[in-house]
Design a binder for this molecule. Sequence first.
Ligand code: UD1
Ligand code: UDP
Length: 360
Amino acid sequence: MNFMHVVGARPNFMKVAAVYRAIQDARHEQSVIHTGQHYDTQMSEVFFRQLEMGPPTRNLEVGSGSHAQQTALIMSRFEPVLLELRPDWVIVYGDVNSTVAAALVCSKLGVRICHVEAGLRSYDRTMPEEVNRVVTDQLADLLFTPSREADENLVREGIPRDKIFFVGNVMIDTLLRALPAADDVYITLSKMLDLSSFGLITLHRPSNVDDESVFLRILDALKALSHSLPLVFPVHPRTRQRWSKELEGIPGLKIIDPLGYLEFIALERNAQVVITDSGGVQEETTALNVPCITIRENTERPITISQGTNVLVGHDTERLKAEFKRVITGKRGAKVIPENWDGSAGRRIASILSMTVGSS
Ligand code: UD1
Ligand code: UDP
């Protein structure tokens, strides 16, 4: 059997790494198509290197553009590759434009689709990712979910139960595997950045960084918080492009380029608190039992709140400050690690695929 993985943006790379390894162990053929949605070395190549993936089989080099342009370009460049390589199954990840674009092409050509990280819902259609999730899940033939509530979301949308498999969180497979190497990296990184006690920030959601009044209010709050704890802020290119001047010269904020995976999780694991709007970071902090404050009104990953370390503060900067104070002065309570976030989600996927393949 021949599998093709399609990836394109940063959060796809840690997910594919887990499934790729498991499929390799199961001795199936596979290829990796990189759409080129993300292309800076620190947004792409560094992950293939650190996650020991080897270079992708093809890179479609689509680059940036409006949603329509980017999605359309991925589709038109992916279609001939799909026709040429003729995989039995295409595996897509998460909720980025590359995910939905590849799923649309496969569905028109009758190639079977497997969606990893299916069933997440924020129920907020103003998020581009929510549209990508709903469409991809409708098109997928097999849906692998990270939580039981994701299964229920899919069933409510009419997806037959026999297509849905609760396998756990592949991102946590990669995280757990990388922790020893990240601990080594931390020794030099913490010296280089002169860190002992610190907080970590990531911000890239259009709802936080595209609107001037919203972003500047968040930045003001972060400046205030950085008086009590230095904050390290590896800045996503979307954010850097718009706000590089405003981010300069703030004493308590260490503004740096996006970090490689090992460097980032090294900081994440050792931070007093993480302030973020990232989907993956909400999950990793739960797995690491590090307090996480999410600057969003909703989350498609509610399990990180009900069982993990996450709180939502929306755009309410007073709540952000109050939560920050609570977590840096309080004790860390032991939280629950969600079911099947155990490092074996990729293996479960490979074994379900092997069984399905055997019977098809
Ligand atoms: C995308 C995903 C988002 C995901 C995020 C992860 C969609 C709709 N959005 O958002 O779900 O959370 O990736 O990081 O798929 N840029 C660079 N270099 C790069 C990549 C991007 O400079 O390597 C800049 C470009 O100016 C680009 C902007 O960042 O226009 C946004 O990139 P894009 O991929 O469109 O969306 P993200 O905000 O990265
Ligand atoms: N990450 C990273 N370097 C950084 C910031 C994040 O390697 O500077 C990793 C992080 O550990 C997580 C993933 O990127 O595994 C999350 O991706 P991102 O926040 O870009 O996307 P989202 O999860 O919000 O879609």
